[in-house]
Write a protein that binds this ligand. Sequence first.
Ligand code: FEO
Length: 171
Amino acid sequence: MLQQEMADMLNKQLNREFFSAYLYLEIANYYSDQGLDGFANWFTIQTQEERDHAMLFRIYLLNNDTHVQLMEIPAPNQSFSNPKMPLEAALEHERYITSHIHELYAEAHRLKDFRTVQFLDWFVKEQGEEEKNTNDLVKRFELFGEDPKGLYLLDSELASRVYTAPSLVLD
Ligand code: FEO
């Protein structure tokens, strides 16, 4: 069983991952409304990945005989006035999530909870990838997204993204 302090932090992170899924669904909805189905596809897959992250925290808590405390998920309440804004919001959000993963990691070390450290290793790496992917998208939008043809091609490319399950498997 995990120490209570660690369990509370992991439960809060589970909630944040579900909020991330909710935020990216809001973004996918925005792009669908705009007729940018490729961007909508990219963020719908992002939503699936965030749900997976939340479920990994759930499985880890359960596997360690620790109560899973489900909490309210706030509404994203975002409003976007151009197609670049959601990308910047997503990047800011990923940086926020990274800061929390690092806090968890530091706390697990402080508590000498090395099993949790090992579990979180995957998330530390994953956050590096998530930030890079989102930052790349912002940069590519800045290069091509203001031009209608460029935006069309970028949207077509993002339409080809397919969902793959996370590489971290807990049994
Ligand atoms: Fe689960 Fe995008 O962080």
